[in-house]
Design a protein around this ligand. Structure first.
Ligand code: FES
Ligand SMILES: [Fe+2]
Length: 360
């Protein structure tokens, strides 16, 4: 079957601008885990195109605002994450939990009335949660997060509530259009040649896909069971947990969030963000499950964590290399591209993109 996204769409600034407007500004975007915003003044910033949004814990409430000061337009939080009040670094305006500037140095010079301050309120952005997952949506008219995640809501909620220790965060710039990277994660057709010493060894197989709204999941058995052979020793410390699956699951939450799990013991959360039409930022985080028993301070567990980190880094550097080759090729491809049944999730992703670009 012909692919839907044509080669030109992977190399055009104009198309990327349209995607930012019609896709990224219209749907729910993953920001972080709730645990990263646990304390008063914890914040995370999120860029959607050139728009920066700050998500901040303000006296126990997690709020999202456009990250632009109402005085003279500085970014209010300038780092990716941190802990500081919602206070502009330029002239020191500070904002309350409703986004109203309540702390203004040399205030009498402004002659502000109370209603003037209300008008200078930061633009609030919609925020919602699926368990521990924090999402924002710049589109005031969008469907709810529950509707957006559709049939996957409950399982994602469960997964997120079982995500425990973070064992790796790997951020890299990849010289490929963001859709090439997303599409690469949506098919296992490439595993045989690209991941010979890594993913291939897990023994994934099949085309057990399901779709919910713009999202999809792939479920597969693995060559070895959770407690088969050596796995029995490696996985022993993680037996007492609440989320168990038979093999491997890989979700895409459209358009750029990937969540996967192996046996429900390890989890990967990856985000793919466009930098420009031919380069992207790939942020991949690895976690292990929460357990009801203490798994720390064991050499066996430490070795397992190390192997997860190595695996994660090896797999994604293999993907980086091939995706950069695709970017070089797509610029002069005479064909639209072909998709097999094994690449059905790519088709579904492309279809969602094109529908949004055409405003359907
Ligand atoms: S620009 Fe923010 S206080 Fe002046
Ligand atoms: Fe891959």
């Amino acid at each position: 079957m012909d692919a839907i996204v044509i080669p030109e769409h992977y190399c055009s600034r104009e198309i990327l601008d349209k995607e930012i407007k019609n896709v990224f500004h219209k749907v729910w975007s993953f920001v972080c885990l709730k645990s990263e915003l646990a304390n008063d003044n914890d914040f995370v910033t999120k860029n959607i195109g050139n728009t920066s949004i700050v998500v901040q814990n303000i006296r126990g409430e997690i709020k999202a605002f456009l990250n632009v000061c109402s005085h003279r337009h500085s970014r209010i939080q300038c780092e990716q994450k941190g802990n500081r009040p919602l206070l502009c670094p330029y002239h020191g305006w500070s904002y309350n939990k409703d986004g109203i500037p309540t702390g203004i140095p040399k205030k009498p010079y402004f002659d502000f009335q109370k209603e003037d301050l209300e008008k200078l309120k930061l633009k609030e952005v919609k925020i919602d949660f699926c368990g521990e997952l924090v999402f924002i949506n710049p589109n005031d008219d969008s469907e709810s997060l529950t509707e957006y995640l559709d049939d996957f809501y409950e399982e994602l909620e469960k997964i997120s509530n079982n995500i425990g220790k973070e064992v790796d965060i790997n951020e890299m710039k990849i010289n490929a259009n963001w859709k090439i990277l997303v599409e690469n994660t949506l098919e296992s057709y490439h595993v045989a040649l690209i991941h010979t010493d890594t993913f291939l060894r897990l023994g994934t197989s099949g085309i057990d896909f399901s779709f919910a709204g713009k999202n999809s999941v792939w479920t597969t058995q693995l060559a070895k069971g959770e407690n088969e052979g050596k796995n029995a020793i490696i996985h022993k410390p993680f037996q007492d947990r609440d989320y168990k699956i038979d093999g491997y699951k890989h979700f895409i939450i459209f358009p750029n969030l990937l969540i996967s799990s192996t046996y429900g013991i390890s989890f990967n959360i990856s985000l793919i963000e466009p930098i420009d039409e031919s380069s992207s930022r790939f942020i991949s985080r690895v976690f292990v499950t929460k357990t009801h028993t203490n798994t720390e301070n064991s050499p066996l567990v430490d070795a397992y964590y190390k192997s997860l980190v190595q695996f994660n880094r090896d797999v994604f550097s293999e993907d980086k290399e091939i995706c950069e080759h695709v970017q070089l090729g797509v610029q002069s491809s005479p064909y639209s591209g072909q998709l097999s049944k094994e690449e059905k999730r790519v088709w579904h992703f492309q279809n969602s993109i094109i529908n949004l670009l055409n405003d359907k």
